[in-house]
Write a new protein. Structure first.
Length: 95
């Protein structure tokens, strides 16, 4: 999930900095983030100043994905909480 949020943040930054949409790198970032951003595009109107665009809908997507990931993590934690033995075993293997 962190990678997806990172790429979405990068998309927002490229749009904000008015990156050249013909650039291969920009096309790559827009291409891999499009499936994540498309469901939210148009929900909130983007702000434009000269060539810079602030895609509010992409920021909304980031918030929604973060809340969903947090909810799923909490649900898993609720369904199968870690036993004290599992916690101790994990701490022992990490140290």
């Amino acid at each position: 999930m962190a990678k997806k949020l990172f790429f979405l943040a990068f998309r927002v930054l490229l749009k904000l900095l008015a990156a050249n949409p013909s650039s291969g790198f920009t096309q790559f970032i827009y291409g891999i983030t499009a499936p994540l951003a498309v469901p939210f595009l148009g929900v909130i109107t983007s702000s434009t100043v000269r060539r810079s665009v602030l895609e509010w809908s992409t920021l909304l997507a980031m918030i929604v994905y973060l809340v969903v990931a947090y909810g799923i993590a909490k649900l898993i934690q609720f369904i199968k909480p870690a036993t004290p033995e599992e916690v101790e075993r994990t701490i022992d293997t990490e140290v």
